[in-house]
Design a protein around this ligand. Structure first.
Ligand code: TRP
Length: 335
């Protein structure tokens, strides 16, 4: 019992290896990772099996899988403290996923808004994996008895389904899975598109000037900031009537620690040009050390692959135990 109380809560985070993080991901999630691992037992999984639900170029998927892992590590995740691994390296995810999909209803999966959106977007490839994807995600989470899962709005429905599947399984067999809770980061500031500041910044936006990637070089960051949509007032001031300028102020505030009043004072009487250069500078300064570390890790494949092998071994150890338990409960013959 006392061991239960003292055990750090476990967080599982899944990241698809299909593109780099944006400034929005950095502010909303990535920058807190370093601190999270002090308080929680963290598992960071690169969800490469999930990526197969849409067509991927095999060589690109392989490369992006390493890149995603390198970015997780470069962003302050310490492999001594947290477990970083690739989903396909732990076969237990796919095994548990099958059992869970036999305990998930067609109707439930049909109601997933992401399935509806994605099948509309990729109407030439509405494959069964796209449909059963939430059962795999449930397996990712439940196989580790994760207490908390950091999720954005787009994944909230999948987490709720995960809880429903877990509860149903627990009722039908016997208590097996922990019901995971969503982890909502304490940090505020939602970063908006630089081109349409009413919309959230997203890497899938067709306009590349609307987002900044964590891998963007200084010239690109400066150019994108200079092109950011503002207004014709010419005063650096936050307000509902100034979404573009307010968004830039939020970015600058988060990255420099200055509050809005201080920022307004700093740029009083100056145009947007000077302000935008300062915003770009704050982003460039923040990303520089991360990018250096990212490049270093990617160049050292032995180091990276060593961490991923260790991560897979640690994760498999936990996950295999759960699959054994589940197989026993559902009546799989074990010799
Ligand atoms: N489905 C998530 C996404 O597309 C990625 C993911 C896979 C995930 N498995 C997970 C997230 C488990 C949290 C927990 O963003």
């Amino acid at each position: 019992m006392s061991e239960q109380i003292q055990r750090k809560k476990r967080i599982l985070s899944g990241i698809q290896p299909t593109g780099t993080f944006t400034l929005g991901n950095y502010v909303g999630a990535v920058r807190n990772w370093g601190a999270l691992q002090e308080e929680y037992e963290c598992l960071y999984m690169i969800a490469n099996l999930h990526a197969l639900t849409v067509r991927q170029e095999p060589a690109a998927l392989r490369r992006q899988t390493r890149e995603a892992a390198a970015m997780v590590l470069a962003s302050g995740i310490d492999p001594q403290k947290s477990t970083v691994f690739i989903q396909s390296h732990v076969p237990a995810h796919a095994e548990l996923s099958w059992v869970l999909s036999c305990n998930t209803q067609f109707g439930e999966l049909s109601r997933m808004t992401q399935f509806k959106d994605k099948s509309a977007k990729h109407s030439d490839n509405v494959n069964a994996g796209l449909f059963t994807y939430p059962a795999l995600m449930a397996a990712d989470i439940l196989v580790y008895n994760a207490d908390l899962v950091p999720v954005g709005v787009d994944q909230k429905q999948h987490l709720e389904l995960t809880r429903n599947i877990a509860q149903r399984f627990n009722n039908l067999y016997s208590p097996t899975f922990t019901l995971p809770e969503p982890y909502i980061a304490k940090t505020g500031a939602k970063i908006m598109s630089l081109q349409e500041p009413e919309k959230k910044m997203s890497k899938s936006d067709t306009n590349v000037n609307s987002f900044i990637l964590m891998t963007d070089d200084p010239d690109t960051i400066l150019r994108k900031c200079k092109r950011a949509v503002t207004d014709s007032e010419g005063t650096v001031r936050a307000g509902d009537d100034k979404p573009g300028v307010t968004n830039l102020m939020s970015i600058y505030s988060v990255l420099t620690g200055k509050d809005f009043a201080a920022i307004e004072a700093e740029f009083a009487g100056q145009g947007y040009g000077v302000f935008k250069e300062a915003v770009a500078g704050s982003i460039i300064d923040t990303f520089r050390p991360i990018q250096q570390e990212y490049t270093r890790i990617l160049a050292d494949k032995d180091y990276l692959d060593g961490i991923l092998s260790e991560g897979a071994a640690k994760a498999s150890h936990m996950a295999n135990r759960m699959v054994n338990k589940v197989y026993k409960k559902v009546g799989m013959l074990q010799l």
